[in-house]
Design a protein around this ligand. Structure first.
Ligand SMILES: *Cc1c(COP(=O)(O)O)cnc(C)c1O
Length: 488
């Protein structure tokens, strides 16, 4: 068979055109980013725009110019909103300019980070080492970059499970376990821990949810009693999952006390530090995570409080050999050579589930170098100070009520509906939040604490100014008044 002429490639026919388009894209992107404050935080995507996403498979070329125009018209105007200074929903990062350039450059170099002897693996290795340094784990620990906190927790839980038993669980599977395994975390634990245990074949009942105190921190005494009860019942306690910064309220479990307990009870000490591990960088608050350096495994998110563009998380495991033993599997087509491209010690695919992996390390590496980690630490302190400031603004308004103590950067509050049952107040605040989102003024999210629905602002935004907090409080009070006046 002969090769068709002319031979085809995906490269542009005219590099000057794509280069010109790229320059325009950069200008459009930074114009969009630097004017975010002037636009609504969020707005719904209009129906006619949504309809465009149901067009069939494009068999014929549109060309780069039209494809880019579609992006500008269909995608760019309707963002989630987390680049905006008044976005405080769930728990987000905002991205950075150089981080975005990092994503572009990573895609240009486009290495596959499964393994092999090429310099990009040194970039990831260095970034992972820096993460060890941030939390104080030894440099000979295992680790790799992953999509985010969920996957980082999954890595830690997997190694904990595999290390806990006498059987070869990779070979025999969990059906060969003679005693059920138990993992412990507070009732405030993130849902990804349960998902992880489900995927590990242990079932959600393997997760023992320990009560919390008034500050939403795990009750150590209750935890000890649950461990003792399990041992008596022939269940094998395996691991304590501490949360450094809970998603609901930002509560910090007492890591030092939990490290002591795990040492005493010979349990795996895992820290879900998706939110809080990086507080170790913050000069005024690093004491909150004292004890994290004693963890057997830590999950960090880099796309939350360190603002690396999504996705970027990091899994660290103190025992590198155990980490590798949980994931390494080397078929003949992946065997290493002594020299050449298939040589070298850096095969990240042996430490996680993915074989083909993207070069997410580059945007992290560039971000860390650009700003220096001390600045990220100061920004964390700044956000925590802003949370206290917002709490004070809430307290100063008789219409509003603070719903949880401020430990970190999460503020839960609601509009009061005096003399009405909780259910009515819940509905009122739900409607108020939707109206706030639709106003485009600010975007906190929501949670329910002790059956009481509240607005929840997670101040992890590096673009937020003090004045933005007053805008939020004013808007909530104003919408609340309109609703009350209308008899809602
Ligand atoms: C966000 C979060 C996770 C999950 O991390 P992803 O990056 O969203 O996968 C886990 N734990 C806590 C405490 C979180 O806040």
């Amino acid at each position: 068979m002969s090769v068709p002429t002319p031979e085809e490639t995906l490269d542009p026919a005219d590099w000057r055109e794509i280069r010109e388009l790229a320059h325009r894209a950069v200008d459009d992107a930074f114009n969009w980013l630097t004017t975010a404050r002037e636009r609504p935080v969020w707005q719904p995507t209009p129906e006619d725009i949504v309809a465009r996403f149901h067009e069939p498979l494009p068999r014929e070329p549109e060309g780069a110019e039209r494809a880019y125009r579609d992006f500008r018209e269909l995608v760019l105007p309707y963002p989630m909103g987390n680049v905006h200074p008044r976005f405080w929903g769930w728990y987000m990062g905002n991205g950075t300019a150089l981080g975005a350039i990092g994503d572009f450059l990573a895609a240009i170099v486009n290495p596959n980070m499964g393994g092999g002897n090429h310099v990009a693996n040194h970039v990831e290795s260095q970034v992972v080492d820096w993460c060890k340094e941030i939390v104080g784990l030894p440099l000979d620990s295992g680790g790799l970059l992953v999509s985010g906190g969920s996957m980082a927790n999954f890595v830690g839980l997997t190694v904990a499970r595999n290390t806990a038993t006498d059987i070869d669980v990779r070979r025999e599977g969990v059906r060969a376990l003679t005693t059920p395994l138990a993992f412990y975390a507070s009732t405030e634990v993130h849902s990804c821990i349960q998902k992880g245990l489900e995927l590990l074949g242990l079932g959600s009942t393997a997760l023992r949810k320990v009560p919390v105190n008034a500050d939403f921190e795990i009750e150590i005494g209750a935890l000890e009693r649950m461990i003792a009860t399990d041992r008596k019942a022939g269940v094998k306690p395996v691991c304590v999952v501490a949360t450094a910064g809970t998603i609901n309220t930002g509560a910090m479990d007492d890591l030092s006390a939990l490290a002591d307990l795990c040492a005493r009870e010979r349990l795996w000490f895992h820290v879900d530090g998706a939110i809080g591990a990086v507080i170790a960088l913050a000069p005024r608050h690093r004491g909150l995570v004292a004890g994290i350096e004693r963890a057997d495994s830590v999950a960090l998110d880099l796309h939350k409080w360190l603002h690396v563009p999504f996705e970027a998380g990091c899994a660290l495991v103190r025992d590198r050999a155990a980490h590798r033993a949980a994931f390494a599997l080397t078929p003949e087509y992946l065997e290493k050579t002594a020299r050449g491209l298939a040589s070298g010690p850096l095969w990240f695919s042996e430490y996680g589930l993915q074989l083909s992996r993207g070069f997410r390390a580059l945007k992290v590496w560039l971000s860390f170098k650009e700003h220096g980690l001390d600045k990220f630490g100061r920004l964390i302190d700044q956000n925590i100070a802003q949370a206290h400031e917002l709490a004070a603004l809430v307290k100063a308004r008789p219409e509003l009520e603070l719903m949880a103590p401020i430990v970190l950067n999460i503020v839960c509050f609601r509009h009061q509906v005096p003399g009405r049952p909780d259910e009515t107040a819940n509905k009122f605040n739900e409607e108020l939040l939707i109206r706030l989102h639709e106003s485009g003024i600010a975007a906190p999210s929501y949670t329910t604490l002790g059956g009481r629905y509240c607005l929840r602002a997670a101040l992890s935004n590096h673009r937020t100014l003090s004045s933005d907090l007053a805008v939020l409080v004013d808007a909530v009070v104003k919408i609340g008044r309109e609703m009350t006046d209308a008899g809602a």
